[in-house]
Design a protein around this ligand. Sequence first.
Ligand SMILES: Nc1nc2c(ncn2[C@@H]2O[C@H](COP(=O)(O)OP(=O)(O)OP(=O)(O)O)[C@@H](O)[C@H]2O)c(=O)[nH]1
Ligand SMILES: [Mg+2]
Length: 216
Amino acid sequence: MPERTVEIDIRKDLFGANEEAAAMNAATFKDHGITAIDIMGSVGTGKTQIIEALCDRLKGMYRILMIAGDLATTIDADRVSSHGVDTVQINTRTACHLDARMVRVALNDVDLSLYDLVFIENVGNLICPAGYSLGVDKKVVVVSVTEGPYMVRKHPLTIKRSDMVVINKIDLAEAIGVDVDSLVNDVREVDARIPVYSVSAKSDTGIDRLIEGLGL
Ligand SMILES: Nc1nc2c(ncn2[C@@H]2O[C@H](COP(=O)(O)OP(=O)(O)OP(=O)(O)O)[C@@H](O)[C@H]2O)c(=O)[nH]1
Ligand SMILES: [Mg+2]
């Protein structure tokens, strides 16, 4: 018999450490007067396209840094930097989400006095990123009409853990046969306090209202 048995709650350990790193990130952002926004959502919902649209509108008003979370490539960072915005790449290799420590490491080499707005594009995934605080001001989840009519109802936890829902690709709603108002109602059913914005990032529809909603 062992003298002593130590029970390790891996989830508690993992999430506790993440919360600590997230609190440090939040303090760092605050010290530099930076607003930080985490953009989450499944693969291909339009996270990068939305960041590009936001950057086009906001780059004259804010000094923007984009942190791109991606398993293997710099494609999204390259897209955003073509808009004249500075970018930092995090390649997670095997991880299906960003965590606060990864963001902390990425910020190590950045002179944060050069920025006042940080967009973090999370790894394309509707489930895992919502479980990890990054120390941001807002967690935004992007749902696309192309994911079909049930995506909000099927992912209530992700919706609940978000500060805002953006329904993207509304230009395709009719062709896909998805009712945008139903998706909005589904969000209200999950949590009526969460603001919802319907946009088409590609055709630049609804972006001004989204910017207002983000308080930018
Ligand atoms: N029709 C239409 N297409 C869009 C819209 N937003 C994005 N797209 C297209 O959808 C595809 C995926 O968009 P991305 O911005 O790369 O999506 P993402 O969520 O960043 O994808 P990952 O980073 O790979 O997870 C691209 O071909 C975009 O041009 C939109 O509002 N309407
Ligand atoms: Mg992307």
